[in-house]
Ligand binder design. Structure first.
Ligand code: SAM
Length: 463
């Protein structure tokens, strides 16, 4: 993707901080365009005419406050940031940036503290114990996902094992604050809390889309609380976060939904004969994978199809329970017929995994990641590693070019998908996880083109 970073044009005492954003992914190309306060619309028109795939609007970093100064400087006003956000909305640009309805309320008060005029901080007469906690919330699709709370001063994460109640209470309050104040469209924000002697968190501050979510330099030694929270608790780190935010924006705009819908319709037609069509090599592959690893407990089978995973898994039923997700309604009908899945949710995994909340022990996804585009893959992997408590297992198909060409000639590009092997390797192993096994095998032969497709199994387990 060609991405445009909108930055305030340098001015007297108004020098924009250098943006490190492009350093965190090389999957996209970044260019900067400068916007001047007195020619906002003209400058934005020019940037829009270049038809970038995506725009990052970070103008508020410069125009609301110089967040790099040691003591916050009060900005002259937030009118310029509001005007820019409004005009970007008028132009209907695909943008990651604060919505104008929020910038309108957002300013620095006399003490240099960010405030939203429509959000009141609760009065609390009880004495507070200890320092300040910060909890960064990432908005994926329309769902706020709180990261691990960290101590604001040191950036050290709050230990979930020894402080589980406080950890959960801060995350819950952060999520509730996001919903209650309608921070939707904010992409990420950091909420600050103090804690009473009764371990009750109290909201004390708000920072919307802080720059500090990415380290100030790519090496990032001096991490701000936000950057630390991402590194510790957003699986895949900054690179995946960036990709997830991009995927999330396009999910909100329903841009990739059409592709998933077509794939779902295609599988609706295939569902009744799927088991017969895939008998042989494909079934052997599933059997080998699910027979090799432990799946005791609750298994979330993503893109479950007709439910081969549960059928071929040797465990007695009382040791493994299954829930499925699939984009095809007819696949759900076939899957639930065998009685091994207590529920199958119908919809694209890239949406359902965001809203999925119940604890699961294992997550598995066989033969389906190639239908995701690469930003969505990052998002899906990160959600899987956030949700799974014991293991994550998936296959990556090496889609050959010859298959792509034959399917494209038939007008069926949407069924081809992508070879994500490189992307998965670059995603790496998230903090707290271990890649325990990886192997390659002949996965399937296309019934329509005769192409042979090799698959790669990845098995990760919690350390
Ligand atoms: C090749 S089948 C694999 C089914 C099953 N995992 C297996 O190994 O037998 C691919 C499945 O992925 C599902 N699928 C494709 N894209 C999806 C998406 N974005 N979200 C959820 N399911 C999807 C299809 O409906 C289909 O059931």
């Amino acid at each position: 993707m060609r991405i445009c970073i909108l930055r305030a044009a340098p001015g007297k005492g108004d020098d924009p901080p250098y943006s490190d954003i492009p350093l965190f992914t090389d999957s996209h190309t970044f260019e900067q365009r400068f916007i001047k306060k007195d020619t906002i619309k003209q400058d934005l028109n020019s940037a829009a005419a270049e038809s970038f795939d995506l725009y990052f609007n970070f103008l508020h970093w410069n125009w609301l406050a110089n967040s790099f100064s040691t003591s916050f400087q009060k900005s002259t006003d937030n009118e310029s940031a509001v005007a820019a956000a409004k005009y970007i909305e008028y132009l209907a640009l695909p943008v990651i940036g604060l919505p104008s309805r929020i910038v309108e309320q957002y300013y620095l008060d006399d003490q240099g503290k960010f405030v939203l005029s429509n959000v009141e901080f609760p009065e609390c007469n009880e004495p507070m114990v200890g320092g300040e906690y910060s909890c960064t919330v990432v908005e994926l699709d329309n769902t706020p996902i709180p990261l691990s709370p960290v101590f604001t001063d040191t950036g050290l994460p709050l230990n979930a094992d020894s402080n589980i109640n406080l950890f959960n209470a801060i995350q819950r309050l952060a999520e509730n604050t996001f919903y209650a104040n309608d921070f939707h469209g904010t992409f990420w924000c950091t909420l600050l809390f103090r804690v009473t002697a009764r371990s009750e968190p109290i909201l004390t501050g708000i920072n919307l889309m802080p720059k500090a979510i990415f380290p100030f330099t790519a090496g990032g030694k001096n991490l701000a609380a936000e950057a630390r929270a991402v590194r510790e608790s957003y699986p895949g780190g900054y690179r995946s976060l960036m990709h997830s935010l991009i995927a999330s924006l396009f999910l909100k705009r329903n841009r990739n939904f059409e592709a998933s819908r077509k794939v779902g319709h295609e599988y609706d037609g295939v569902a009744p004969k799927y088991d017969a069509v895939t008998a042989g090599i494909y079934h052997d592959g599933v059997k080998n994978i699910v027979g090799k690893y432990k799946f005791d407990g609750l298994v979330l089978d993503v893109a479950c199809g007709t439910g081969l995973v549960a059928r071929y898994h040797g465990n007695p039923r009382d040791r493994s329970r299954y829930v499925g997700i699939d984009v095809s309604l007819q696949m759900r009908t076939e899957c639930t017929r065998n009685g091994l899945y207590s529920n199958v949710l119908v919809g694209p995994m890239q949406r359902i995994l965001i809203t999925y909340k119940d604890p699961v022990d294992h997550i598995i996804c066989l033969g389906a990641f190639h239908y995701l585009e690469s930003n969505e893959l990052s998002l899906v992997l990160s959600r899987m590693f956030q949700l799974a408590e014991l293991s994550v297992t998936f296959t990556i198909d090496e889609i050959p070019d010859s298959y792509r060409e034959s399917q494209s000639k038939r007008g069926r590009e949407y069924m081809v998908g992508f070879n994500h092997l490189d992307e998965v390797e670059r995603y790496g192993t998230p903090v707290g996880w271990k890649l325990v096994d990886r192997w390659r095998y002949l996965g399937w032969t296309s019934p329509t083109t005769g192409d042979e497709v090799y698959s790669n199994v990845f098995r990760f387990e919690v350390v």
